[in-house]
Design a protein around this ligand. Sequence first.
Ligand SMILES: [Fe+2]
Length: 394
Amino acid sequence: MKNIERRDFIIGSLTSLGSLAFLNGRCDTISSALVDEIKKASDLNSVAYNVAVLGDTHYDTAPETVYHAHYDESNIHAKIQHAEFKRNGEMWRERCPRLLASSAALAHENKTDFILQLGDIIQGDCDHIPTHQKMLDDCIKMLKKPYPDNMPFLTVVGNHDFRGKGARKAYFDFAHPFMAKEIEKLTGEKLDKQLTYPIISFRKGPDIWIFCDFEKANLNKICDIIDADSTARHVFIVTHGPFTTYANTKSYRWRLGGSPRALKSRQRLFDTLSKRRGIVLSGHTHSTTYYRFENSLGSFCEFTGNSVWTERSPLTATPNSSTPEQYVPAERFLEKMRNKEDFHSEINFFKPSLKEYYETRAAGHYRLKVTENSVEMEFYLCDSRTPDRVFKLK
Ligand SMILES: [Fe+2]
């Protein structure tokens, strides 16, 4: 039974019981307590809220010496990483501040409950703990600043967030108390347990939110959390690395549940999400991508956001692919793919249930609109203040 149907059933049953008690003249107080309970349940389920959403941000600044003065040049990826420092410094000079200003302007104009950033909030690669801490601190302050004062800011761990020497501890020492503080601010309730990765979960009103360290989270544990909360209205999973295989990358297994060891638990999570009409929000691929799956158990959606607005980002929201048939690897990737068989088996796990698909390399910002009966994601291209697309997530 769906949650809303279940609630209606409970309300109907309780109302009948209350009326019977009243008719029998037995106890007015029972019926009024029941009515209060019914009203509370109904009020909770009608909660609606909006979220300002940012994809990967890769915060950094030029010159490189600000955050990368201690960078270890013997790193085998030095060439690529220097190119990334340059890209980030350039995009954070002018384009990304404009994107951020537009997202914040919408949050000022429309009631917004919190900001959600989908991981890789910083570039990392400092190789120096105090510098890594400073990069995180500067980034959070800068990202929060244009939004309304005191607006809760949630972020999920991404691979860049702890990249560099000593950075893993530096990140989690920052992230655990930061997330606890922001979640308490958001829910208005003191947490009764310590929240620590690889899985952080909490209720926002009638909805359950589950934040995952995509490289470490055990999928069975995620399913157990969802199963244990059978009355949650909407189920959200926030993971930097997507759950669905991204078709246009050689690192197609670098995602939530991408390990060959997770074959069984991946199927369980797929089924659990289908039954509960769950919603997965992710980043990592530097693309704006939407997937809607449907099967005999139900349906669910995944949405991947991207705020890495490089000079090569498309300036239109016209997708590269817009039908499920186009959920295939780009030829140029396939040519270079060493293990094509493995790649196709991953794609073929998702493809049969894929009913809607949209993919573009375009960057932007997003707004999640949550109501009792629907969840929608608005996509604002680059620094636009009017949505280019609206994706129905539920
Ligand atoms: Fe990433």
